[in-house]
Write a protein that binds this ligand. Sequence first.
Ligand SMILES: Cc1cc2nc3c(=O)[nH]c(=O)nc-3n(C[C@H](O)[C@H](O)[C@H](O)COP(=O)(O)O)c2cc1C
Length: 157
Amino acid sequence: MIDHDAFRAVLGRFTTGVTVVTAIGPDGQDQGMTVSAFCSLSLTPPLVLICIDHTASMYGSLKLASHFVVNILCEDQEALARRFSGTDPNRFDGVGYTRGQTGLAVLDDVLGFVECRVTTTQEGGDHDVFFGEVEFAGASDGKPLLYYRGGYAQLER
Ligand SMILES: Cc1cc2nc3c(=O)[nH]c(=O)nc-3n(C[C@H](O)[C@H](O)[C@H](O)COP(=O)(O)O)c2cc1C
């Protein structure tokens, strides 16, 4: 079986965008975490998926949540990616956001966002896949923040 280092070395070469997934916990508090494992899945119906580590503090909340939002970050939002993957428990402190139509946090100035209703979840090893049907969405002009081989990057074109 492939070892962890080899797995990471190969899969880290697959460049992704960077998102912040937001939801509301059972205590009514906003929660968010940085997620690169985000994928569009289906057009009819409009489905996306995210993959969430069982050890993530947000995992339990997401398992109970009816909705989540995927905020697609712009190239100048690396600080948000670091904030929402860091150790500061007050991740929303000083972060601008509005409420989307589902009532969840949509971060200011993101490249795009999708507000999703959780349709189903599926365990995949140490992660769960959360499938969401897109109910509302928005986009703006700009360039994406990228993640490649363990570091942030920007498009040159
Ligand atoms: C660029 C980047 C992408 C990430 N993508 C994912 C992901 O797709 N799924 C996931 O479960 N964690 C992902 N993480 C890790 C989580 O953001 C991080 O473990 C989590 O926010 C830690 O939260 P916790 O300390 O509250 O558990 C990513 C982190 C970074 C920096």
